[in-house]
Design a protein around this ligand. Structure first.
Ligand SMILES: Cc1ncc(COP(=O)(O)O)c(C=O)c1O
Length: 447
């Protein structure tokens, strides 16, 4: 629980949250919210939002916030972009679910392939988590090998294989899964090579743009090294570009690094900010999902799902992909992130609190306590360790930001192509006011 000395700030937040939704209703939701990051158990409960438009969102009581969460990074074009609203509305009228293959699937797949050529063949899923699950299944089926290699600090959703060995996130997981998933440090190249040399690894999955949404660093040379080893031992290289796809560049990190992975996982922006995801890859690998070849049935990967390729998602995705192919929106979002990071760091310096930020593409990451422990303010293990070690402080920062009209994840946030310079200015002022609240507590002060 949070230190009682912080109660005044917390009390103010509790009041804000209480007014955002009827308490009786909240009590009927397990954990009070339906995503671990929304629950706020350390602060007495979540804030409930009612609507969002462009770069702003409003809570259930009608109070407005600058949105720096942006649908967990799925809204590169902001909330309720008029072109997407039109595309989705048209599709609702034409049928929200046709109960079969839809003509939009073909158009959607063509757009993906055009921007991400390694996706020669595509299969749509209901979410990013489902897509990583499917990619691992395809890798096992194609290679006829049992083991998966993951990198520590890299996130791939919430199914058992992506959470195996993640402490303390292992409650309820199938204990047998951990025997077939090995997690290694992304910085320990020797162990990565040793594990792969055993030639029983079906797939190496990673966030090529840096683990945990770019909290960790990445480089073309590092990815090239992984590409080379995977080639030499017959392991599939799986890029989880759920975060970096269409954000770091129109063709994702694979375009920036000039690397062709065997399989790519995409969701969020790829799904037009709607529920959905996909796996794409080399044709001969993707052919393991082939419901026609009865003779090979024991190798075929089972894959169903009521909302695979959901037509409303397809309509939004196609409209999104048509607007983001030339790199202009990505550059705009990154400029906005750079300006905000500069402003946050200035606010940290001028208010004397030990909070700093860095950006990776158009995502910013917040470090509380980095200066005190001598960590540098850049992508690296501290960006993952500090939020775990200082969970109470990160919760307090989020409360202070919400009280000052800014909403982002505890330790990071997302910019879009529609965040204007006045949005950034307003957000910077919100950060500065939040930092002034926090400097009342000694433990937030810079060394
Ligand atoms: C890199 C990465 N992979 C997979 C997922 C899971 O996607 P979803 O939340 O759509 O299930 C996420 C979610 O944030 C992610 O960041």
């Amino acid at each position: 629980m949070i230190d009682p000395a912080w109660h005044p700030l917390l009390q103010e937040y509790v009041e804000l949250a209480k007014n955002s939704a009827p308490r009786a209703t909240i009590n009927s939701i397990a954990g009070e919210a339906t995503h671990s990051s929304w629950c706020m158990p350390r602060a007495g409960g979540p804030l409930f939002f009612a609507r969002a438009q462009g770069t702003h969102k409003w809570d259930g009581a009608g109070r407005s916030y600058i949105d720096l969460w942006m649908g967990h990074g799925s809204l590169l074009l902001g909330n309720a972009h008029p072109v997407l609203v039109e595309a989705i509305s048209r599709q609702v009228i034409d049928g929200q679910h046709v109960g079969g293959a839809h003509v939009l699937h073909v158009e959607w797949a063509a757009r993906i392939r055009e921007l991400v050529p390694s996706c020669e063949c595509i299969r749509f899923t209901g979410s990013g988590t489902e897509a990583t699950l499917l990619a691992l299944r395809i890798a096992r089926s194609f290679t006829q090998r049992p083991r998966i290699l993951r990198l520590d600090g890299h996130f791939h959703g919430w199914h058992d294989e992506s959470l195996a060995h993640v402490v303390p996130c292992n409650a309820g997981l199938n204990p047998g899964v951990s025997d077939w998933v090995t997690v290694v440090s992304p910085f320990d190249e020797e162990t990565i090579i040793d594990e792969l040399a055993q030639r029983d690894v079906a797939g190496l999955i990673l966030e090529p743009g840096g683990g945990s949404a770019g909290s960790l660093s990445w480089s073309p040379a590092y990815l090239q090294m992984l590409r080379k080893i995977c080639n030499s031992v017959g392991t599939l290289l799986i890029f989880d570009e759920v975060i970096s796809g269409f954000r770091y560049a129109p063709g994702g990190v694979q375009e920036l690094a000039g690397i062709i992975p065997d399989l790519t996982v995409l969701a969020k922006i790829a799904a037009g900010g709607m529920p959905g995801g996909l796996v794409g890859g080399r044709k001969n690998i993707m052919e393991t999902i082939d419901d026609i070849d009865q003779q090979r049935r024991r190798f075929l990967v089972p894959h169903s799902g009521t909302f695979n390729g959901f037509p409303l998602t397809a309509a939004s995705a196609i409209a999104t992909l048509d607007m983001i192919g030339d790199g202009v929106v990505q550059a705009r979002a990154e400029d906005a992130a750079l300006s905000l990071v500069k402003a946050i760091n200035w606010a940290g310096e001028s208010t004397g609190v030990d909070i700093r930020a860095f950006n990776q593409s158009s995502i910013f990451h917040l470090l509380i306590g980095a200066l005190s422990e001598g960590s540098s303010v850049e992508p690296g293990p501290a960006a993952i360790r500090l939020p775990q070690q200082n969970a109470d402080k990160y919760t307090l920062l989020r409360c202070a930001l919400l009280l000052e009209g800014v909403d982002c994840h505890f330790s990071h946030g997302w910019l879009s192509a529609v965040h204007s310079s006045s949005d950034i200015e307003a957000a910077a002022e919100g950060f500065s006011r939040a930092f002034k609240r926090l400097r009342n507590f000694d433990s937030f002060l810079s060394p």
